[in-house]
Write a protein that binds this ligand. Sequence first.
Ligand code: ATP
Ligand code: MG
Ligand code: MG
Ligand code: MG
Length: 496
Amino acid sequence: STNSSNFIRSTFIEYFVESHGHKHVKSSPVVPLCDSTVPFVNAGMNQFKGVFLGKVDPPCPRAVNSQKCVRVGGKHNDLDVVGTDGHHHTFFEMLGNWSFGDYYKKEACQMAWDLLLGPYRLKPENLVVTYFSGDVIIGLPEDRECRDIWRAIGVPESRLKALGAKDNFWEMGASGPCGPCTEIHHVNPDGSLTEIWNLVFIQCNREADGSVKALRRQHVDTGMGIERMAALLQGVPSNYDTDLFRPIIGAIQKHSNGVSPYTGKFDAGATLDSAYRRLADHARMISVCLADGVFPASSLNLKQIMRKSFKISSDVFQNPQLLTHLYKEVANTLGSTYPELVAREKDARLIIEHEEQAYAKMRAGLVKKWKDLAKRYPEVEEMGDVEMAGFALGYKEFKEAMSKHKSSTVPGELVFKLYDTYGFQEDLIDRIATLNNLEIDRKGFWKLLSEHKSRHKAVFKEQTSNKGLLFDSAIENIIKNGIKSTNDQHKYDYAA
Ligand code: ATP
Ligand code: MG
Ligand code: MG
Ligand code: MG
């Protein structure tokens, strides 16, 4: 059909290949091979970082692709908003076009505009465009050139806005290529805006010491979220109602034990709908990571998201084995574009089953510990079941220390011990204090915490400069695939 996600993807690629002389480059895996600055590939440009920095020859003057992206951890981390809105996912596909020192702002804006109004048939009166307003610290002025390009294209003043670095200066991570950008937003029926496409003019690099240096050449790097475009063109209120998510949400219900269907509500009371969204989102992220050879044993991010998914699957949907069914559904919706999802299905299923059993065992152990704790300290019943390995031990230590301490304030040292030794998050410590009618010595805690953080930073710096490689998953991949030198990351894998 003329609005399916497959149509959106192939239209994008054909447009840039056939009408504008780009070369189609395959998506890289979501594992940031040999790049310790990001936990996952978070944008289409990651695999071209070396080209932007002038360290590697460009594979071609102009490229186009659809890249598998994961935004969990690091500078671009959308995990916490997943489920609460209809357009941020942990995994999404980014359609992008690149100029490696070839065309620049004027051509990039014109090509984007023509694609949106032409093949995608969007109405210009529903689009709002932002551009960079300048930043003293970064050392760049307002991007008037960009503003004038949009004026010439015909975007009226009322729909053209200058915004600061937070929105219109794109950066890959704490360091790496960056530059001013221009974002194209769509006006929703309720007047709110959804960003659909970002055009970055890569002209700088954020160095490890935080300074921003100009690059020798200027490049174009763009990214459009296919899920958002699908929602728009399919005329549905959120990404979860598109052909990319509906089959997964349907499979959740089908394999759940008598749970009502998804209704698409976003208000505070929509806990079931939000569980549907989170599980559907996480199923895609987990499937893609497993298909790309990320192991939960070596990626804490992946392991945590798998555990969250097992919890939702068993607590809300009453089927701990749901994730295995969802992998199949993800492979059905994305397997023709990313065949590794089909090829790695058997391995992925084994890993999911293994992790699910480990999770079930851990849960059973926690429930037992929890019941023992509640026998001794009945007040913890009020907190509900805290799913955390060291909770019982930490709580016991807290009670014993406070009974000796005889004060209504929890001392900073004890708070820090709960935080650092037992892994209690601040909100959990708050709940424990409230439960026991105690205050917290926050100042004392923060002081210890900031001392700890600066120590940690120094160690981290030392490790990164010694090893270069930080992420176990990347190392594991290298061992498995036999990549011998860091230069190998620059061998591109062209689509036929
Ligand atoms: P937003 O402001 O909505 O968080 P962004 O500015 O962080 O988006 P970019 O880094 O510019 O996003 O990424 C390029 C495009 O990728 C965006 O215009 C959007 O269409 C899409 N996108 C970004 N983050 C997500 C996400 N978490 N889930 C789905 N699509 C996303
Ligand atoms: Mg964002
Ligand atoms: Mg944005
Ligand atoms: Mg953006």
